[in-house]
Ligand binder design. Structure first.
Ligand code: DAH
Length: 358
């Protein structure tokens, strides 16, 4: 059995010498591998007599186990060493500025919508969504705008081709259809806002064919116009980050609300500079009112039991007022210089506790 002792010693030496995982694997192949030295001895067992095989087999198995154990121990040590090296090599300096190389900016529209969501979420509103491609029922009929209503002309609607039944899909002209979808699918109490894209066939200094609105809807049993005004007052002071922003309701008309009011906020224009807050001027920021009973009925709600308010605002307009962006059309120019100037750093996520803008 000198032969066995020699092979054992060589195998153990080979394993002991292996200073890397690759070298260790090579040592394993050279000893325990199919054509390895230990395996070759195993094969020779076949040629022995049964008695010889018994004793030789036992000691051979012991050698095999010893080598296998040595390899496992060496592997564990080398793995640990490799991990230690990686931990040192890949160490992160957490005191470095966060991604200073970040070039991208968040578009003011996205930022302002996030700000609005943060404010209304604090008041208990949920975000609701609807499709950009709408049908006549949700965009008009259910909102108390029947087929012959003059308000339809005012919306400059983009229509799709006629279907077999004569109906046409359209690009939603406002976010109000999300009110309908929400009321059809949910039982009151309802408190939602619906920010999103809207479309009208209109393009000049102050209109773009695609723009954004945010819709609000509250339906409950005892909701009244005071709640509407309080909600909007809370919203504008938080949004504009000014202590006091006067809010004024001007009587108006929308088919889907009764009574209806246009919402103005106070401002001053002293010295040609527009400032939101107390002052002698007023600025219109949106429409609002108490949800019309016909709208509730169209959504399967009993107007004797439920009532509520709704409002709608233009997101671009709010962004322009807050951040002093003078021209609406620049929002959609995709000019990187503009975005760099008016855009927001991605990690400046608006929160009420952290301040909306930093
Ligand atoms: N949908 C209206 C528009 O696009 C805005 C609006 C006005 C929405 C009054 C409302 C509302 O929910 O109550 O002109």
């Amino acid at each position: 059995m000198d032969e066995l002792e020699k092979i054992r010693a060589e195998a153990m030496e080979l394993v002991a010498q292996a200073s890397s995982l690759d070298a260790l694997e090579a040592a394993r192949v050279a000893t325990l591998g199919k054509k390895g030295t230990v395996s070759a001895l195993m094969a020779s067992l076949g040629k022995m007599s049964p008695d010889e095989r018994k004793t030789a087999g036992a000691s051979l198995n012991a050698v095999k186990d010893e080598v296998a154990n040595a390899i496992a121990t060496a592997k564990a040590a080398l793995d640990a060493k490799a991990l230690d090296e990686r931990l040192v090599r890949e160490r992160v300096d957490v005191t470095l500025p966060v991604r200073p190389e970040t070039q991208g900016r968040i578009h003011p529209i996205s930022q302002v919508m996030d700000e609005m969501i943060a404010i209304f979420a604090q008041m208990g509103f949920e975000v609701a969504e609807g499709p950009d491609i709408e049908d006549d029922f949700h965009n008009f009929t259910a909102l108390n705008i029947p087929a012959d209503h003059p308000a339809r002309q005012m919306h400059d609607t983009f229509y799709f081709g006629e279907k077999d039944d004569g109906s046409r899909h359209l690009l939603r002209t406002h976010t109000s259809p999300v009110q309908i979808r929400t009321m059809v699918a949910n039982k009151p109490p309802i408190r939602i806002i619906a920010p999103g894209r809207t479309y009208r066939c209109d393009s000049d200094m102050t209109h773009t064919p695609m723009f954004h609105q945010i819709e609000g809807l509250v339906i409950d049993k005892a909701t009244h116009m005071g709640h509407l005004k309080g909600t909007l007052m809370e919203f504008v002071t938080t949004f504009f980050e000014v202590d006091e922003v006067p809010v004024r309701f001007r009587p108006s008309f929308f088919p889907f609300t009764e009574p209806s009011a246009e919402v103005d906020i106070g401002c001053s224009r002293d010295g040609g500079e527009l400032k939101i807050g107390k002052g002698s001027g007023w600025l219109e920021i949106g429409g609002s009112g108490m949800v019309h009973p016909n709208v509730l009925i169209a959504c399967g709600l009993d107007p004797e039991e439920y009532q509520g308010f709704a409002f709608g605002m233009g997101v671009e307009r709010m962004a322009m007022l807050k951040y002093g962006i003078p021209d609406l059309r620049t929002f959609f120019d995709s000019d990187l210089r503009w975005l760099k100037h008016y855009g927001f750093v991605p990690l400046d996520v608006p929160t009420l506790s952290g301040g909306l803008t930093r």
